[in-house]
Design a protein around this ligand. Structure first.
Ligand code: FES
Ligand SMILES: [Fe+2]
Length: 343
């Protein structure tokens, strides 16, 4: 008889805390795992093994040996498979047991006993499909067009924050903090410190935007659900930032666990030819450092907030985007928990 790990169904609260299932999430920068290397990584509250085969193909396996549950990440990289350190069982990148050296011909051989997540590498990052049914096909993934557009040049900035993932996304759906928290920054010093906001529906999510100011500060954000959740936003640059006009950010936040989040920000600018060279040069020599200062302001604030900060709030009109986001994720978490319990 063979056994594959089947955990008790997650509750709605657990899904809300550790992240939505049945969608793609950004996992880490591609260069976290070199060819022929492997790395343990925690995402959505579970341990995974990122494993890059010697032919360069990246795999993502549950970090649990199908024999007696030892972490595969303690094992040995054998090119196209990993050998568990405990008793030598070998598992390939698809999660199939290919050899049981201690007992050749054992009935575990040839069986797919380890969850292997579908992965893709896009714009310098690893994306993975976190399905509730490990055998089901992933949903189609439509990438943020800013990351695939040839006329756009971007840099990926990655960080891990000691804050729940919901705080990191709510921060992005809250443009007004730009005019306060980032008031002293190089890019968000201008404009009004009061505003009215509206939600504008789209076929893939919604815009949350100021009704009375555009192109001055952090004035709008678009939330998109295209198989993966992401935001797009734009912040004007001063003339000293070189040609190309405003810069944009594609942002994602992936739960590491209930308290920690992997954040991804692709900073981009629509620039081609010599302007692209100037942007890339200025970014590396001057702008990146300034951006990190701004990001540190976000990190410091979010990490300082109590874990239950959202349990005793008094919201006003500027928080409509945050409210919308919470409702949407709450409903999704409950629906996923229900279908898991029925499965
Ligand atoms: S636990 Fe991995 S081979 Fe025994
Ligand atoms: Fe911010």
């Amino acid at each position: 008889m063979v056994n594959r790990l089947r955990k008790a169904a997650l509750t709605g609260d657990e899904i809300f805390a550790t992240g939505m299932r049945d969608q793609w999430h950004a996992v880490c920068p591609s260069d976290f795992v070199a060819r022929g290397d492997m790395k343990k990584i925690r995402r959505l509250g579970e341990d995974w093994l990122l494993f890059r085969q010697s032919d360069g193909t990246l795999r993502m396996l549950a970090d649990r040996c199908p024999h007696r549950g030892a972490p595969l990440s303690q094992g040995q990289h054998l090119g196209d498979r990993v050998a568990c350190q405990y008793h030598g069982v070998q598992v390939d990148g698809g999660g199939t047991v290919v050899s049981v050296p201690g007992m050749p011909g054992c009935n575990l051989e040839g069986k797919r006993l380890v969850t292997s997540l579908p992965v893709r590498e896009v714009a310098g990052a690893v994306l993975a499909w976190f399905g509730t049914d490990p055998d089901a096909e992933p949903a189609p993934l439509e990438l943020p067009e800013r990351l695939t557009d040839e006329g756009i040049s971007h840099f990926l900035c990655y960080a891990e924050w000691k804050a729940p993932w919901r705080f990191t996304l709510e921060n992005l759906l809250d443009p007004m903090h730009g005019a306060f928290l980032h008031r002293e920054s190089h890019s968000m010093f201008g404009g009004e410190t009061s505003a009215k906001f509206r939600i504008r529906e789209t076929d893939r999510g919604f815009f949350f935007e100021k009704t009375d100011q555009r192109g001055v500060n952090f004035d709008w954000v678009e939330f998109c659900r295209t198989g993966i959740d992401w935001v797009d936003l734009e912040i004007p640059y001063p003339p000293t930032a070189g040609p190309g006009g405003s810069f944009g950010i594609v942002g994602m936040g992936t739960p590491i666990d209930a308290e920690t989040t992997a954040v991804f920000f692709w900073r981009y600018r629509r620039v081609e030819g010599w302007e692209r060279d100037v942007w890339r040069f200025l970014y590396r020599t001057k702008l990146e450092e300034r951006h990190w200062v701004v990001l540190e302001q976000d990190r410091t604030m979010l990490e300082a907030m109590a874990f239950d900060a959202d349990q005793a709030e008094n919201l006003y009109q500027h928080d409509l985007g945050v409210i919308r986001l919470r409702r949407l994720y709450r409903a999704q978490a409950e629906a996923q928990a229900k279908s898991l319990q029925e499965a």
